[in-house]
Write a protein that binds this ligand. Structure first.
Ligand code: 3UK
Length: 533
């Protein structure tokens, strides 16, 4: 029996991927490189100065698995990770998988109430967190009715994860698993603002890394990947971790906030060949590029980049055009989701249609259906369903949502799409009220709930509105208890109130103060009417 070895047949179209009966995904992603002569090759360039080789990574993954085993966890226990983009993210994630536990990376921009909800929902056994997120995580641990048995800072204190790693054993056998066993979870925001645990299997990272990473982007050993989207997003996890690991390439880890200036600095210093961004960042970078051109300031050196990728929300055609004008390179827009793990419809280096999400990534199927589930004719708008081997198995603890979303092996994306006669797919909006802000989910209900907590607010409705670059941002329509109070200072006060209680990207950028909100006879807010104004 061939243990843990995947067979990839690239002569087939789409590439055929065969999994052995016994399969722990840490073996091909981590241990394989030692047999393939990459022990001395750098996998991680951290902007804090660390360089980690494939050999060091394999050792630390084993040590990490042993640290976790020493805690006395049970097989398949969930380990929450509130960890910045850093080598220890890799150690924890892969150490957990190799030792037979289930890592759950979480959005590090979340607030304590989000973490408290997830600690309870996941019924986790342990929480690991970077010192940067100590206040929110420890406050969450203090709020929950049943605390996990174990929690641990990654660094900076005695007994931290990185300290324990030093003395842990270097030997670890991969826990027995199969390709379709539960492997890791990611939390994705729901319409109510309550995140859902998306459960992925061992095979899923292989499927995305091969079909999108290798077969679409052509990631190879020579590439250096830099993702502005962090590792805790499915997008960042593929971009900066699984794609480079699968192809024997390298990645750049940047734990700070991605701004135009900070990303340009990283690109200049580390010379990535592939850059992964989101439309909001490309728009901001273009603004910066425009402001330096024609002045004496130096234009940022982006010449190392062979391809840029965009996902998270639709890339306006004008951003692609202007980016190409400035950099002479393309941006490949592609649509992915946490449930599919990565991009399943995409433009590709030799096949780009501005304003479109591109065509099917090989290995995935799609259909566009009407509200009765019947396929629409070509060119007609409908609901997008997709199928492929990287889609999640189920939502944790949420049978109803699972049944609504995964039907006969097809995943309901929640997006409206149409396809033109050449096979290009065009995004037409969401079928729910959810919006993407800077590529990150934002639920209007959650922002409204925060607004009405303010003593001056009677009721509130939040909708998405396009900014100058054609990108969606939240806009609030607020009925005040005392309508005489409407003023700039109330807007500022409400904005501050949102910033302090919600993840930072969720605050409304604009405020309106109507006398009342448009509602149906049954009292439901008619958000579409607000969107039309
Ligand atoms: C929207 C897009 C138009 C769409 C993601 C790449 O965004 C990712 O995952 P999420 O679960 O959100 C999924 C939803 O986001 N969307 C994403 N990309 C596009 N809409 N054009 C696009 N290019 O509504 C989709 O259903 O946060 C993106 C890779 C992995 C990912 N998880």
């Amino acid at each position: 029996m061939i243990k843990n070895t995947v067979i990839i047949d690239t002569s087939a179209s789409p590439t055929k991927i065969e999994f052995p009966s016994e399969f722990n995904v840490s073996v091909p992603f981590i241990d394989r490189h030692l047999d393939e002569g990459r022990r001395e090759k750098i996998i991680i360039h951290s902007t804090s100065g660390e360089k980690i080789t494939y050999g060091q990574l394999a050792k630390r993954v084993n040590q990490s698995g042993n640290v976790l085993k020493n805690i006395g966890l049970n097989p398949c226990d969930r380990i929450l990770m509130v960890v910045k983009d850093s080598p220890e993210f890799f150690y924890l994630f892969w150490g957990a998988i190799k030792a037979g536990y289930v890592p759950v990376p979480l959005n590090t921009l979340f607030r304590s109430n989000d973490y408290a909800y997830i600690i309870e929902d996941s019924d986790c056994a342990s929480v690991f967190y970077s010192p940067e997120f100590k206040i929110e995580v420890e406050s969450a641990l203090g709020q929950v009715s049943r605390s996990p048995d174990h929690s641990c800072l990654t660094e900076g204190v005695s007994g931290s994860f990185l300290e324990q790693l030093q003395s842990a054993s270097l030997e670890l056998d991969a826990a027995p698993a199969t390709a379709t066993d539960d492997c890791f979870w990611l939390y994705s925001s729901g319409t109510t603002g309550k995140p859902k645990g998306v459960v992925h299997s061992h095979r899923d990272m292989v499927v995305t890394s091969q079909h999108y990473g290798v077969d679409t982007l052509g990631v190879s050993e020579e590439d250096v990947c830099f993702s502005a989207a962090k590792l805790f997003f499915a997008y960042g996890l593929g971009n900066a971790m699984t794609f480079p690991l699968w192809s024997g390439a390298s990645c750049i880890l940047f734990p700070e906030r991605p701004t135009p200036q900070s990303t340009f600095d990283v690109i200049k210093r580390f010379k990535p060949s592939i850059f992964f961004g989101v439309p909001t960042l490309y728009a901001a970078q273009l603004k910066e590029l425009n402001s330096v051109s024609g002045t004496s300031s130096e234009s940022p050196d982006l010449s190392s980049i062979r391809i840029s990728v965009s996902a998270g929300e639709a890339l306006p055609a004008d951003i692609l055009r202007r980016w190409k004008e400035h950099t002479k390179t393309d941006i490949l827009d592609g649509i992915g989701s946490t449930e599919a793990l990565h991009i399943f419809i995409s433009n590709s280096p030799d096949d780009i249609r501005a304003g479109s999400s591109g065509r099917m990534v090989p290995g995935y199927d799609a259909k566009i259906v009407d509200e009765n589930g019947k396929e629409v004719s070509q060119g007609e708008e409908g609901r997008l369903l997709i199928r492929g081997d990287s889609t999640c198995k189920y939502y944790w603890n949420n049978k109803q949502k699972t049944a609504e979303t995964i039907v006969d092996g097809w995943l309901h994306t929640g997006d409206s799409y149409h396809q033109d006669e050449e096979g290009y797919y065009f995004y037409g909006g969401r079928s729910d009220d959810m919006m993407k802000v800077g590529g990150i989910w934002c639920s209007p209900f959650e922002i409204e709930a925060r607004l009405v907590e303010h003593p001056k607010v009677l009721e509130a409705a939040v909708v998405g509105r396009e900014d100058d670059s054609g990108l969606i941002k939240p806009e609030a329509h607020v009925v005040l208890n005392n309508s005489d109070e409407e003023s700039e200072s109330v807007s500022a006060e409400l904005q501050e109130h949102c910033k302090s209680g919600l993840a930072p990207y969720k605050y409304p950028r604009w405020f309106h103060f109507p006398e009342e909100l448009p509602k149906t006879a049954t009292g439901k807010i008619q958000r579409y009417k607000l969107r039309m104004n």
